[in-house]
Design a protein around this ligand. Structure first.
Ligand SMILES: Cc1cc2nc3c(=O)[nH]c(=O)nc-3n(C[C@H](O)[C@H](O)[C@H](O)COP(=O)(O)O)c2cc1C
Length: 210
């Protein structure tokens, strides 16, 4: 499937075929492919918790306002945005840039300063935006890549973030931008036509907001 077709055909699926597992290899292939997403300074501030155990899916469903798809999908991914990924990953990123010839070793300090300036303190709003926007790009890649693997998805923000953090041992400083259900369309289900989208003129202007 080419990328244009994948974008055209991706839908948020409400009815997953229950009881269909995804192999660990498929889960790995999907999440590995999606990590080629771009990110601010290549810092990749995302973590993913793969929920495929039936009991854990039940728990997650309770945290997600009882949405049946959380239990019926093959797996549900808890997307975790990590504001402190900057501190954790910056050395690895800059080291690889030096090693691959993207920059000279003497530029490392400048980049360290730049990162701190751009993304502020670890508990700042800027840093939260940094973590969430990049994790959302990763999440979009997962959903498009899933189509290429013959899978369907459904992103969700209908959940109690504190409850998910507590049940899945996620530290308080992390953010959960969304859950993504992944699996197969339930047999016999026909999707309704795709719903309302803005017209081009509704959301695009050239060279200025107005
Ligand atoms: C971040 C995000 C959160 C969403 N949360 C939910 C949700 O909790 N429950 C739900 O049924 N749909 C949820 N949706 C799905 C949207 O309703 C859906 O994407 C939209 O109606 C467009 O439909 P489509 O994805 O099939 O094109 C969410 C979508 C996104 C991107």
């Amino acid at each position: 499937m080419d990328v244009i077709q994948a974008i055209r055909e991706r839908r948020s699926i409400n009815f997953f075929e229950p009881g269909r597992d995804l192999s660990s290899q498929t889960i790995r292939d999907l999440l590995e492919l999606a990590k080629l997403a771009p990110s601010s300074m290549n810092l990749q501030p995302w973590r993913v918790i793969v929920v495929n155990d039936p009991e854990r899916k039940k728990t997650l469903r309770q945290c997600a306002f009882d949405q049946p798809k959380v239990e019926e999908a093959s797996v549900v991914l808890i997307m975790v945005a990590d504001p402190v990924a900057l501190e954790e990953n910056l050395d690895a990123v800059l080291g690889s840039w030096v090693q691959l010839g993207y920059m000279k070793p003497e530029a490392v300090e400048t980049y360290q300063g730049l990162a701190g300036k751009l993304y502020r303190a670890a508990d700042s709003l800027t840093r939260k935006f940094f973590a969430v926007k990049n994790t959302s790009l990763y999440a979009m890649n997962v959903m498009i890549a899933a189509k290429g693997f013959g899978l369907e998805t459904h992103p969700m923000d209908g959940f109690d973030e504190e409850a998910v953090k507590k049940a899945f041992l996620i530290p308080g400083d992390k953010i959960i931008p969304m859950l993504i259900a992944v699996g197969y369309l339930k047999s016999g289900i026909t999707l309704l036509p795709r719903a309302y989208r803005k017209t081009f003129e509704d959301f695009v202007t050239f060279n200025s907001y107005r």
